[in-house]
Design a protein around this ligand. Sequence first.
Ligand SMILES: [Zn+2]
Ligand SMILES: [Zn+2]
Length: 133
Amino acid sequence: MITRRAECSCGQLSATCSGEPYRIAVCHCLACKRKTGSAFGFGAWFRQNDVTVEGNATEFVRVGDDGGRITNLFCAKCGGTVLWSIDKIPGVVAVSAGTFADLSFPPPTVSVYHESRRYPWVEISSEPLEKRG
Ligand SMILES: [Zn+2]
Ligand SMILES: [Zn+2]
């Protein structure tokens, strides 16, 4: 079974993930822009049991548009968010897919908030791509 390791900029906080993610999504919401400092969020969802977190994670909890609580785990030293979970979707975690820094990582299959919050110059070209929101 394939194992991939995601880590923050300084390497202090890491998440080792076994198997393939069951969902890979890009998110164009404004909160993902603020969280990442980039144009969109890129998350790979795994079952919690398939992910081993090492290092010291600091938590930031944000309440989403639909009232769900999103718990972000980030490195207090370098500020990188490595993973997050949503209380309404128990048993799974999303890993910030860019933190794998792996160009062979599978492409996203879902795009959320596609039209309303997407920068007009961002085009996700992976196929198939289910567009939501
Ligand atoms: Zn770090
Ligand atoms: Zn988002």
